[in-house]
Design a protein around this ligand. Structure first.
Ligand code: FES
Length: 102
C-alpha cells in the first residue's frame, strides 16, 4: 500500500537545485523548480548513474554522465541516449515539510 513519507523541509532545497535522499531504501531526488518541488528516482535510465549531479534547467534534468535529459514533471525522456522514462513520485508540501508517496 502506498503512503506519504516525510522526506525533508522545503528550505533544504534551494530554488533551481536538486538534492538526494534515501527514503525507505530508495534513492530519491527532489528538485525545486520555480516554487514547486518534484520527486524522481536518483537513477538515470541509460546506465543507472545518479541523476542528482545533473544540471537542472526549468523542469528538465540533464544526466551528468552521458547527457540524457528527462522532464522531471512526467519522467519522460527529452534527449537520448536514454530511451526509457524515469520513475517519478507524487509529492506534497504541508507547512514547510515535503512528503512523497511511496
Ligand atoms: S547514465 Fe545517464 S546518460 Fe548515461
Amino acid at each position: 500500500m502506498r503512503e506519504w513519507v516525510l522526506v525533508t523541509k522545503t528550505e533544504e532545497i534551494p530554488l533551481g537545485q536538486t538534492r538526494s535522499f534515501c527514503v525507505r531504501e530508495k534513492e530519491i531526488c527532489i528538485s525545486h523548480v520555480k516554487g514547486t518541488f518534484y520527486a524522481f528516482i536518483n537513477q538515470c535510465s541509460h546506465m543507472d548513474f545518479p541523476l542528482v549531479d545533473g544540471n537542472l534547467e526549468d523542469s528538465v534534468i540533464e544526466c551528468a554522465h552521458h547527457g540524457a535529459k528527462f522532464d522531471i514533471t512526467t519522467g519522460a525522456v527529452v534527449c537520448m541516449p536514454a530511451i526509457t522514462p524515469i520513475e517519478i513520485y507524487p509529492l506534497k508540501v504541508q507547512e514547510n515539510e515535503i512528503f512523497i508517496q511511496l
